[in-house]
Design a protein. Structure first.
Length: 134
């Protein structure tokens, strides 16, 4: 069974979460919504689509997929806590625009990176995503 953590639950992060649930890729119990803002944590909890945790939660280490859906300018600070909890065997999928894979790898001290550029129509399963991995 997949265990997925979505780091950053803005528009694109929630699109992924809802699609994963809709297509039974993950269950609510195995979906972590990682959010640092306490007000946003409360609204995410009220949505009841996954377990809401903070960026240093040890449960992230149990995930086989970690999705980076944060603003690129927030990543450097965020990576300091994430690199301590990301499982070395998980796949990290970044949807951050303009962020090089080598920067993500060095910031997280992690080698399994996939970079994808989804577009908004993925919300209705009519979009596409280009990706590259290293």
């Amino acid at each position: 069974m997949n265990k997925i953590a979505i780091i950053g639950c803005g528009n694109m992060g929630l699109i992924y979460a809802n699609s994963f649930l809709r297509y039974k890729i993950v269950t609510k119990e195995n979906l972590l919504l990682v959010e640092k803002n306490t007000d946003r944590q409360q609204s995410l909890s009220a949505m009841n689509i996954g377990k809401v945790v903070t960026t240093d939660d040890k449960a992230i280490a149990d995930c086989n997929i970690v999705i980076l859906a944060v603003k690129p300018q927030d990543f450097k600070e965020l990576s300091q806590s994430l690199k301590n909890v990301i499982n070395p065997t998980c796949v990290v999928l970044s949807i951050m625009a303009g962020t090089e894979m080598s920067f993500i790898q060095s910031s997280l001290n992690h080698q399994f990176i996939v970079r994808a550029m989804p577009n908004l129509p993925v919300e209705i399963s009519m979009g596409m995503t280009a990706f590259v991995h290293r």
